[in-house]
Design a protein around this ligand. Structure first.
Ligand SMILES: [Mn+2]
Length: 430
């Protein structure tokens, strides 16, 4: 039985979060031999958090990275060896299990690690001094000085390195100041690998930290393909649909399964959000068919549900610019340039002159902070299907096919999709 983590991209949007939740549900139904756990690999923006609350959807748990950790290889002893146990009692336990080190408790509390060296050193010394062992000591009396314990979240490499110096047989593992287990040298023979499924993205730079050390089992996505080299064969379902949730719904159908009502509503949420209520040019007949089928299943009026979702979006004027820009920000590497493009949805562009200046300024900070060559922000009015584009100063900026309304501000009527409409023009301009 293995654990498999399903994650969307960093700065998760609703499609990323919802497709992870729904796909985990599907995988747990079709493959009960393994456990599929939906996670998110970064923090959520304020607007997404509020929206999830309004829609009564629980976000996947946050997972910092998939680097192998000490906790992945640590042992927890079934032996309850007490500090006041006699050495002969202890010896009987050891010959049964032959561990090189194991934990000793004092009235249930962790006392320290006893290593096989503690026992042999004591025995040798007694034999050398007296020629025989006259008195049997308690375990606590022969334990030598304890080494600094490891932390459960320490990396596997750090844990392994802790054994490089000296002749330690084992090390205790703590979480904070609580004992949780112990490790011996043998624990570090094989590096464990996390199992990961990527949804709604396929690029390393947008994914969970430590992915290069993990097994990527599957990719379910609707973005351009710029995937990493993988170490094992994998299942990929990449389709040019409006939402990853549509692909996940199609996979339910292909498996002859119907999503539960809860999952149906989660899928619907992802589709409505990513297709901007089925109005984005990325929307296909499959998205429309899937969305209406799911809405019917949940007895939800699709348009009303969409309006309710988007009416919860606060105007950019009242939001913190840095937070708004980073809430849906993606980075790309193209023609040796590092580019970042953010997108914000609004329900009107009438107030844009009130905030354009401060957003342009903040965009420059974001560019510097992230070591980017070019940063852009697309502000999309989902009602009138119209976007404006803010840009940091860049040579390629002049090549963009949009009309300039102000310095570094461009008008993009009818443009709603970063991926399908803006990104190809950016690459062209470069
Ligand atoms: Mn998506």
């Amino acid at each position: 039985m293995a654990e498999v983590y399903i994650t969307g991209h960093r700065n998760p949007d609703l499609d990323s979060l919802c497709s992870a939740l729904a796909y985990a549900d599907l995988k747990n139904l079709t493959d009960p031999d393994n456990t599929y756990i939906p996670v998110r690999c970064s923090h959520m923006g304020e607007d997404i958090r509020t929206l999830l609350q309004v829609l009564e959807i629980d976000a996947p748990e946050y997972m910092r990275n998939v680097y192998p950790k000490v906790s992945d290889v640590m042992l927890t002893s079934g032996m309850k060896t007490e500090a006041d146990m006699s050495l002969s009692e202890c010896a009987r336990l050891i010959t049964e299990k032959t561990p090189s080190a194991f934990p000793i408790f004092d009235k249930g509390e962790f006392y320290g690690l006893l290593s096989i060296d503690d026992i042999s050193i004591w025995t040798m010394k007694n034999l050398a001094d007296f020629g025989e062992i006259t008195e049997i000591p308690q375990v606590r009396d022969i334990m030598r000085e304890q080494a600094e314990p490891l932390q459960a979240d320490d990396s596997f490499e750090d844990g392994k390195n802790a054994f490089l110096n000296g002749s330690k047989r084992g090390l205790a593992v703590f979480r904070g100041d609580e004992y949780v287990g112990y490790v011996t040298r043998r624990c570090f023979l094989n590096t464990p690998r996390y199992n990961v499924i990527l949804v709604d993205h396929n690029e390393m730079s947008q994914s969970i930290k430590g992915l290069e050390t993990a097994n990527i089992l599957e990719i379910i996505d609707h973005h351009r393909l710029n995937a990493m080299k993988t170490s094992i064969p994998l299942f990929i379902d990449a389709e040019p649909l409006g939402s990853t949730c549509t692909i996940v719904y199609q996979l339910f159908l292909r498996n002859g399964l119907r999503p539960s009502l809860k999952t149906a509503r989660i899928l619907l949420t992802g589709i409505v959000a990513d297709t901007l209520i089925l109005k984005s040019p990325t929307t296909t007949q499959t998205d429309i068919g899937s969305a209406y089928a799911l809405a019917a299943m949940c007895r939800i009026d699709l348009e009303e549900y969409g309006r309710k979702m988007f009416s919860n979006i606060e105007g950019l004027k009242s939001r913190d610019p840095a937070e708004a820009i980073s809430s849906d920000f993606k980075t790309y590497s193209e023609k040796n340039m590092k580019i970042g493009i953010g997108q914000c949805e609004v329900t009107t562009l009438k107030d844009m002159n009130d905030y354009c200046g401060i957003y342009l300024e903040t965009l420059n900070d974001v560019k510097k902070k992230n070591g980017l060559d070019w940063a852009l922000l697309m502000i999309t009015d989902v009602i009138s299907e119209h976007s404006i584009l803010l840009s940091t100063a860049c040579k390629a900026e002049k090549q963009l096919p949009y009309s300039v309304t102000d310095e570094h501000v461009y008008d993009m009527p009818g443009v709603m999709s970063r991926k399908k409409q803006l990104l190809p023009e950016i690459i062209n301009a470069l």
